[in-house]
Design a protein around this ligand. Structure first.
Ligand SMILES: Cc1cc2nc3c(=O)[nH]c(=O)nc-3n(C[C@H](O)[C@H](O)[C@H](O)COP(=O)(O)OP(=O)(O)OC[C@H]3O[C@@H](n4cnc5c(N)ncnc54)[C@H](O)[C@@H]3O)c2cc1C
Length: 344
């Protein structure tokens, strides 16, 4: 076990909320770290929709998810917050020293321990994993023709692509892989779609122009290939008809399972899969705050913008918790000496 140094604030989750929390910690002069289960910063933005435009982040008429993450990371890490990627936080304990309540927390992953004065849980929807097709042998084709997310659309250049699913991701890629993939078929096991109506209409239009084939009541029955996918057998759930087609890539976009995992066992008040917080983003455990998609309170909106606001509130209150003489109100960044400005 590698034991790291004591930090003021440890942030669980390096999505947009965790990144903004790291920035605010640095701006307030608090030492911070980010721990994330994924191999890269960015949370859902990098794992699920790096190539999609986001239109509702203040200051950006539109911004690609991956570009927003790049700039948020630059902003977040400027004060020396460390990042520990590919590590799932599972354990939490308290280490008391001297006076009761004078100790600190210790977060644990499989390999490391992280002593910390306070914690900001920005774990989003938890450590998440794409829903799989649930058919025999699919594991052996993963990344060999079977992809559960699209990180680089260019990888499907000239390929015969089969998209599976009825939600936004499947429909968005049926549109966004146009001009890249050689052919696109989208199948869904029902004839109702969760995708945005405008995108569904776009796909119907592409179908009319022969640029996409949309089939309902079809599902993947078998994958075939020697080392990588070459063919797929589809089954019609209404008629039991089967058809085997040549494909280069199968992309199931069926949503994802998410799980807060061991965090649920930490004695925090929860509501369904979310952590209950009060108006200063404090959980029921003093010194542990939460922000972003993981939180629950009346009127909660799960958005990047609200996560940033909550990160700001959580961190400023964590700073005050560590040092009650430190004001909760951070003042205006435009006046702060830390940015080379003259303090008013
Ligand atoms: C397809 C799609 C499109 C979207 N479009 C928009 C949009 O246009 N505008 C908008 O505002 N929002 C949008 N959202 C929602 C937005 O992505 C979320 O609100 C945002 O990602 C929440 O950020 P977060 O940092 O709170 O959580 P997340 O982004 O979920 O990040 C949480 C991080 O915590 C990590 N983590 C979880 N548990 C652990 C653990 N135990 N140990 C270590 N790490 C852990 C995860 O690996 C993850 O990286 C969209 C979401 C999707 C799926």
């Amino acid at each position: 076990m590698a034991e790291h140094e004591l930090r003021d604030i440890s942030i669980i989750g390096g999505g947009p909320t965790g990144l903004f929390a790291a920035f605010y910690a640095g701006m307030r002069g608090a030492s911070a770290r980010i721990i994330d289960a994924l191999p890269a910063l960015g949370g859902q933005l990098m794992a699920l929709y790096p190539e999609k435009y986001i239109f509702d982040v203040a200051g950006f008429p539109k911004v690609l998810a991956k570009d927003l993450v790049r700039d948020m990371a630059t902003q977040a890490l400027q004060f020396g917050a460390t990042t520990h990627l590919g590590e799932v936080v599972s354990g939490l304990r308290r280490e008391e020293s001297g006076e009761p309540g004078a100790g600190h927390f210790v977060l644990e992953t499989a390999t490391d321990t992280f002593p910390t004065r306070t914690i900001v849980i920005a774990a989003g929807i938890g450590a998440f994993e794409a829903r799989r097709l649930g058919i025999e042998g699919e594991d052996s084709f993963e990344e060999r023709g079977l992809y559960f997310k699209v990180l680089d659309p260019g990888q499907f250049k000239g390929q015969r692509v089969l998209l599976v699913g009825g939600g936004d991701s499947a429909f968005d890629w049926a549109v966004n892989l146009q001009g890249i993939a050689k052919s696109i078929m989208l199948i869904h096991r029902r004839d109702g779609f969760r995708a945005h109506a405008a995108t569904v209409n776009q796909v119907h239009e592409l179908q009319r122009c022969g640029q996409c084939e949309l089939r309902t009541f079809w599902e993947v029955k078998e994958l075939h290939g020697n080392g990588r996918i070459e063919q797929v057998t589809l089954r019609n759930s209404k008629t039991d008809e089967e058809e085997t087609l040549g494909v280069d890539a199968v992309i199931p976009l069926l949503g994802f399972h998410s799980d807060l995992g061991a965090i649920k066992e930490w004695g925090l008040d929860t509501q369904k899969a979310d952590i209950k917080v009060d108006q200063v983003m404090a959980t029921n455990v003093p010194g542990i705050y939460a922000a972003g998609d993981v939180t629950s309170y009346p009127g909660k909106l799960k958005l990047i913008a609200t996560g940033a606001s909550e990160a700001c509130i959580a961190v400023n209150n964590a700073v005050h918790y560590i040092n009650p003489k430190a004001k909760v109100n951070p003042g205006h960044s435009s006046n702060l000496a830390i940015f080379g400005q003259k303090e008013e």
